[in-house]
Design a protein around this ligand. Structure first.
Ligand code: GUN
Ligand code: FE
Length: 458
């Protein structure tokens, strides 16, 4: 079966399947049959199927039983949707963990720009992006929204690497033409916009239907962009109503203050990005720590999504708490981001656990008004919530029939060597096994990763 995966042959599984239907509706399906068609899409999903019924279900779906290989998942094994990383800086892959405890703007100046500048060299970009995309796939990240470096060529390479390795990705050329050193910024507005158009063109050639890879407009943040650059990106956004947009939004006090100095005509960042045509239902707003009441209302009305990056938010100079419960209460779309390398980890499981910790802090800070996130909610943010933020929930995020088979095969027993996961015991229910994986498992438990039915984990 494994060698068939990705070669356009169908797949079938029988066993436990776990996915989210909505924020707090976790569905655990036992004795479930999952059939994936040659197009990589979920063709059938049915729970409560005994072994002897499998053949007739295969026949009903047009497959010849006995010839068609079914993968039987044992107790302690299950399928869940792939993780969605809504905010990731691919050129920071090699700097994760470096430069804790300094302010955001110092971290950019002293650590980050020098790392990203190395992507001037296409050979370096090929090598590092191959390592990056492989590394995230190993962690079960089947969809990532990437900021590239400011280099056009390296960012086209990133799109190629995602496509070749089979990762679903939004790929953005980072637009930045000021407040960065001469050796690491776009030389002009026209050059910045030209490289963005080149990327769009490149991805249209690579993947014309955007089945796997899609360009995303990526102004780093207002501090890095002259008004004319933001204007030009707004024009491209209007020209390409199918393309998503990402930026950093109300991340740190120092950043908000500097933005206000640069753009005194705007009261808030919501005003600013909206004026430039960059705030709408395609926007992925990273961090969202310090939103004013009016901004929350606006992003809810406009249908913007939030990339919650709790690791980066709590490991720079300040401990910054995004009021995620408030956003969820208002019905704003929220997903998780590793923000690798502002966040040290490349694991969505780590981001989810940090989201739990931060939500506990928020519960305390609000005297209980903002209850902490539940396990089910954390899993939703890591999967379906992230898909909504990326505008991909019609394709991925859970196992609705017709969606793409972007999935993880989780094994919690018989791994051959002990990992760190809390051992499964005889009396454990499926829910307890799931909880143990979510809270103590890691990439060793993610034995297979599928994107659109193709097996992509080495
Ligand atoms: N704001 C502007 N650039 C960055 C970045 O690379 N990481 C984070 N966390 N915030 C930013
Ligand atoms: Fe970031």
């Amino acid at each position: 079966l494994d060698k068939n995966a990705g070669s356009g042959l169908p797949l079938a599984f029988h066993g436990t399947v776990i996915h989210s239907q909505s924020l707090d509706d976790l569905e655990i399906l036992e004795n479930c049959i999952m059939i994936v068609g040659t197009d990589g899409k979920i063709q059938a999903l049915q729970a409560g199927v005994e072994s002897e019924q499998i053949n007739s279900i295969l026949s009903e779906n047009g497959y010849v039983p006995d010839v068609f290989p079914v993968k039987y998942l044992k107790r302690g094994e299950f399928l869940c949707p792939g993780f969605v990383d809504t905010h990731n800086h691919a050129p920071q892959w090699a700097q994760r963990g470096v430069g804790r405890g300094i302010s955001l703007l110092d971290w950019l100046d002293k650590v980050t720009f020098a790392h990203e500048a190395k992507f001037q060299d296409p050979e370096y970009a090929k090598r590092m992006y191959a390592s990056c995309v492989t590394g995230f796939l190993q962690q079960g990240i089947t969809t990532a929204s990437y900021y590239g470096s400011h280099h056009g060529q390296a960012t086209r390479i990133l799109a190629d690497v995602c496509f070749e390795k089979g990762q679903r990705a939004l790929v953005g050329k980072c637009n930045m033409n000021r407040n960065a050193p001469d050796w690491y910024r776009d030389p002009s507005v026209s050059d910045s916009l030209h490289e963005t158009r080149e990327l769009i063109h490149h991805v249209q050639q690579l993947d014309p239907e955007y089945n796997l890879v899609k360009p995303i407009l990526t102004p780093r943040f207002a501090i890095s962009c002259e008004p004319e650059l933001l204007d030009g990106l707004g024009a491209i956004a209007r020209e390409h109503p199918d393309l998503p947009i990402q930026t950093h939004f109300n991340e740190a006090k120092q950043e908000i203050e500097f933005t206000r100095q640069l753009f005194p005509e705007f009261d808030t960042e919501a005003d600013l990005y909206q004026r430039y045509g960059l705030l709408n239902d395609r926007s992925i707003l990273a961090h969202c720590i310090f939103l004013q009441e009016g901004e929350m209302r606006r992003i809810q009305e406009l249908g913007c999504g939030i990339a919650h990056c709790p690791i980066a938010n709590t490991t720079m100079q300040e401990f910054m708490v995004a009021p995620v419960r408030e956003y969820l209460r208002r019905g704003i779309k929220v997903g998780l981001g590793t923000d690798s390398g502002g966040g040290y980890s490349s694991s969505i499981l780590d981001a989810m656990k940090q989201a739990f910790i931060v939500s506990n802090a928020q519960q305390m800070l609000t005297q209980g008004r903002d209850p902490a996130l539940s396990l089910h909610e954390g899993f939703f943010l890591a999967t379906l919530g992230g898909a909504q933020v990326c505008g991909l929930d019609d394709r991925v995020g859970n196992f609705a029939v017709g969606k793409e088979f972007d999935a993880l095969e989780i094994h919690t027993t018989d791994l051959g060597q002990p990992g760190v996961m809390s051992p499964v015991e005889d009396e454990d229910t499926t829910h307890v096994i799931f909880e143990k994986f979510m809270m103590t498992g890691d990439d060793r438990n993610i034995v297979k990763v599928y994107v659109s039915g193709r097996s992509v984990k080495i």
